[in-house]
Design a binder for this molecule. Structure first.
Ligand code: CA
Length: 675
């Protein structure tokens, strides 16, 4: 009787604590750990402090060092296992921390990192042969107590995690109740608030796309929590499991090509070294324990994102328009192509804490084009920041022109930003009006290619206006045809990506070394000067253009030989003006169009007339039963009237297309057209 009562009181605390303990050791390599801990032991002062740490403004160290010491101490496989001197050092260092009671200027350390790191060391030491002195442990547990800021997305779950640590350390049911509640609180669709959106994107710091920045923290924390609490009375409820799995499967993991993130989804983290390296193996490992329904998908993702299989492995064609975040993601086995724009409904990519200092043009139609995955990885220190791939902007004489002047997100300026999508294909548009540059930019997404159009490019600024086609690592040769790009059409191919200019263009190709350092884009990073060879391709529209335009077709997964055989006649660019941009794909039998105002597109025996500005996509263009997809990028209209004359229909069709409203304003509506 007595026995089972004691057991009841220990559960589920002990099981959860053991899972956390094991999880903390998941990626430990004993040799590396021993070396690091031995070095830190040598440097430790008699009072338990380290000379190289400014305790008035402590960051990750010294708690990270203490945690590593605790890890080495408890691992039977480690040389320092059960080492008495190490135990003494751990006690001293923890006592010193308590006495110094460091406070960082950045609340995140005080409210999240410190209590988490303390909790981790305590949990590790619970499995030690010689435990920590009880009074020391008790004092440290007290130090972990912080007020929990609810409704703060990834931050809330970060805080709830140390509540969970504390609940297990103290076997306190009330603490566990609130930990479980707030760990899972962010797993909800929070229309317009921070967190997961109805379109599957993620907001943090206001209405700002944060899919693999804060959204990554959200995903990792939620997965950890679900992993720790699985099979207990606190397990993640089914409805929330569905939200989490949908986010990870259909958004988050889709932004990883090979082992690397799309640069459009890392927020201000783009300015941190290695920030495009995904490193999410542990996360996927854990999902499999509590989501057996998608095992095949998780297995394929684990192999692909850890580079054990090729970037194409298990990739299914998908196209998603995230109308809440002005983000478009087009995924094919052969490549990923995404676009980030900004609107007056969303915040532009933030500069914050002096990170992402030069990212002024990041949300101006930036196109991330990945094949193998690492095309942009760690290239940011040497990027020319007013030539972000895909953007149209002033070409400043130096990168000071790309400086974001104020911290945190700034509201965008354009209303007409969004697109139409059916899950596999789609069109996106961005009516750019920023930094004294105007342009109508649109992207038409197919299988083999993406057509990029720009029209109505105007500026009164003194600098040349340029559209950058790409700026990526220089890899191998740049091939062109004809050699001198003397007559249209011409093409350029580099690193297995082809760029076709059907009407020619005033392009410049640069394959030179560029210099820079991380510090210039992020003041937490190194000042070491770097030099990398960069492939840069851009179109010059000249100074003070009044109605300039561009058109280019990106063909990823090709070569010079492949481009020679590429059948460009499949693509008809029907119109490229500041009123209508339209492309027909003969092979796929589809039409995609952006109407920037009410109007008619009448060409090639097709007529599409709309009474409102909108984006339109017609599938089965010549068939007897075409499908019409339509969306309002301005998110204002409730209906669009469409008059159609199509080759497969014997008579004109008139449709009143009701559009989604409320949270779904901007989403795509679809209509079957019948004779
Ligand atoms: Ca420049």
């Amino acid at each position: 009787m007595m026995c089972s009562l004691v057991k009841a009181q220990n559960e589920p605390f002990d099981s959860i604590l053991q899972r956390i303990n094991a999880d903390l050791q998941l990626f430990v390599t004993d040799k590396v750990l021993t070396d690091e801990v031995s070095e830190n032991l040598k440097q430790l002062n008699a009072d338990g402090s380290w000379a190289d740490i400014n305790y008035a403004d402590a960051q990750y160290d010294p708690l990270k060092r203490i945690k590593n010491m605790a890890t080495a101490y408890i691992r039977p496989t480690n040389k320092l296992y059960n080492n008495a001197a190490l135990h003494q050092a751990i006690v001293k260092a923890l006592q010193n921390w308590l006495e110094k009671n460091p406070k960082n200027k950045n609340w995140w350390y005080n409210d999240i990192f410190y209590p988490q790191a303390i909790g981790q060391s305590l949990i590790l030491m619970r499995s030690a042969k010689t435990k920590l002195p009880a009074d020391l442990e008790e004092a440290l547990i007290k130090r972990m107590i912080r007020r929990l800021k609810t409704g703060d997305g990834a931050n809330t779950s970060d805080e709830a995690l140390h509540f969970l640590y504390r609940a297990c350390l103290t076997k306190n049911k009330a603490t566990l109740d609130s930990a479980a509640k707030y760990l899972f609180e962010p797993i909800a669709v929070n229309e317009g608030k921070e967190g997961v959106q109805v379109d599957g994107s993620y907001y943090q710091h206001g209405k700002q796309q944060a899919i693999a920045s804060y959204g990554r923290v959200f995903g990792a924390n939620s997965v950890n929590a679900a992993f720790y609490l699985r099979g207990t009375a606190y397990a993640l409820p089914k409805a929330q499991l569905a939200i989490l799995v949908d986010y990870l499967k259909n958004t988050f993991l889709q932004t990883i090509r090979g082992a690397f993130y799309d640069f459009n989804v890392r927020g201000r983290g783009i300015s941190r070294k290695d920030s495009l390296s995904s490193g999410i193996g542990g996360l996927i490992e854990k999902i499999r324990f509590f989501d057996p329904d998608n095992t095949a998908y998780w297995n394929a993702s684990a192999l692909r994102t850890s580079a054990k299989k090729a970037a194409a492995y298990g990739v299914i064609p998908a196209h998603k328009q995230y109308w809440k975040s002005n983000y478009t993601l087009h995924v094919r086995p052969g490549y990923t192509f995404s676009v980030q724009a900004s609107s007056n409904r969303t915040l532009r990519t933030e500069r914050g804490n002096n990170e992402n200092i030069l990212g002024k043009f990041l949300p101006d139609g930036a196109t991330n084009i990945q094949r193998e995955g690492s095309e942009y990885a760690n290239l940011m220190p040497v990027w020319e920041w007013d030539k972000i791939p895909g953007t149209t902007s002033r070409d400043y004489h130096d990168d000071a022109g790309a400086t974001i002047k104020s911290e945190w997100g700034i509201l965008g300026t354009s209303k007409f930003v969004g697109g139409v999508a059916d899950g596999v294909y789609g069109t996106s548009c961005y009516s750019l009006a920023y930094d004294s540059v105007q342009a109508k930019k649109a992207w038409f997404f197919f299988d083999r290619e993406v057509v990029c159009l720009g029209a109505g490019i105007k500026s009164e600024a003194g600098e040349s206006i340029t559209t950058t086609v790409n700026q990526a690592w220089m890899r191998g040769a740049v091939d062109t045809a004809p050699k001198e790009l003397s007559r249209a059409p011409f093409w350029v191919v580099h690193d297995s990506i082809g760029y076709i200019f059907p009407q020619g263009a005033n392009v410049t190709i640069s394959n030179e070394a560029q210099n820079g350092n991380w510090y210039r884009i992020n003041h937490f990073q190194s000042k070491t000067e770097l030099q990398h060879k960069v492939f840069k391709l851009w179109i010059n529209h000249g100074t003070k253009p009044t109605d300039a335009s561009y058109q280019y077709i990106v063909v990823p997964g090709t070569s010079a030989a492949g481009l020679k055989k590429y059948d460009q006649s499949m693509i008809h660019i029907l119109k490229n003006t500041d009123q209508v941009q339209a492309v027909k794909h003969l092979g796929l039998n589809m039409l995609q169009a952006v109407f920037y105002q009410p109007g008619i597109l009448a060409v090639d025996g097709i007529s599409v007339q709309v009474d409102q500005a909108c984006t339109v996509y017609i599938k089965g263009l010549n068939s007897k039963s075409p499908l019409l997809y339509i969306a309002d990028p301005a998110q204002e209209q409730t209906a669009v009237h469409v008059e159609l004359k199509l080759p497969g229909l014997s008579k004109p069709k008139s449709l009143n297309c009701n559009l989604p409203t409320g949270a779904f304003a901007g989403a795509t509506a679809s209509f079957k057209i019948k004779e």
